[in-house]
Design a binder for this molecule. Structure first.
Ligand code: ADP
Ligand code: MG
Length: 240
């Protein structure tokens, strides 16, 4: 098995009296897709926010290749190669598609400037299926295309670890297969992916390992086949 690239130890986040993430421990192995799954409100997006530095931990530690990152500002974590998409797409509407992608690389792991940044943005747009669309205003895009731009933006800084928050949600079956193949290609080129996802077909075909959360706590861990047949996981999803 490959080495751990990201590790969470005793990670806890409270919002007032609510423990949104409760002493989470897990490792993400390099060049793998790790599924972070669980019912709505179980703490998945909060966990991604803690990893990316958008939120600060109350307790615990997050390390990237053994070096603690949980005390760093979000830009520094991005610069170290950890980059995320948002569950609700956030786009700068005054800028074009291409400019949005370039902006995504500003705090990235690898910086590009001027025409190199623009060329790179266009190659990423081609990769996500938006070839030749760079000059459009983001307001003209369909929902699916905003998701494509969001992924291109996340890739602009050459992240080593990608955090995808329900990026496949709302895709039709054809688009879903394209999205799954795209995520596979990211892993095949050596990136590590944490995939927050509800689409079971995607979890089964993409994830090397899964961590299952319920009410802020890890309730299961293993391959998709293992966790999806776990009685406690089934109970958490059915919500009895
Ligand atoms: P998931 O992504 O698994 O659906 P979240 O991480 O978004 O779950 O939320 C976990 C819990 O934390 C939920 O109860 C949610 O209402 C709460 N929560 C998330 N963000 C905040 C916040 N900024 N302030 C207060 N409560 C929050
Ligand atoms: Mg969420």
């Amino acid at each position: 098995m490959s080495a751990s690239i990201l590790s969470l130890r005793g990670v806890t986040k409270r919002f007032g009296g609510l423990v949104a993430v409760n002493s989470m421990d897990f490792d993400v192995r390099e060049h793998q897709v790790m599924g972070l799954i669980g019912p709505n409100g179980s703490g998945k997006s909060t966990t991604l926010n803690l990893i990316s530095g958008a939120l600060k931990l109350n307790e615990g530690e997050i390390s990237l290749r053994g070096t603690p990152i949980s005390n760093l500002p979000a830009q520094d974590i991005a610069r170290k190669g950890v980059s995320r998409t948002f569950q609700l797409v956030r786009m700068l509407s005054s800028m074009t598609v291409r400019e949005n992608v370039v902006a995504g690389g500003v705090y990235g792991h690898r910086k590009r400037w001027g025409s190199e940044a623009l060329r790179h943005a266009d190659s990423l747009l081609e990769r996500v299926g938006l070839s030749g669309q760079g000059g459009l205003s983001v307001g003209q895009l369909t929902y699916i295309d905003t998701k494509r731009v969001e992924l291109a933006r996340t890739l602009a800084g050459d992240p080593k670890v990608l955090l995808l928050d329900e990026w496949l949600a709302g895709l039709n079956p054809t688009e879903l297969q394209i999205g799954i193949d795209l995520i596979k290609s990211l892993r095949d080129e050596g990136r590590t992916v944490i995939l927050v996802e509800h689409v079971m077909d995607a979890i089964r075909s993409l994830c090397d390992q899964c961590v299952v959360m319920a009410s802020g706590t890890k309730i299961a861990e293993g391959t998709p086949t293992e966790v999806l047949s776990d009685r406690e996981v089934i109970r958490a999803y059915l919500g009895d």
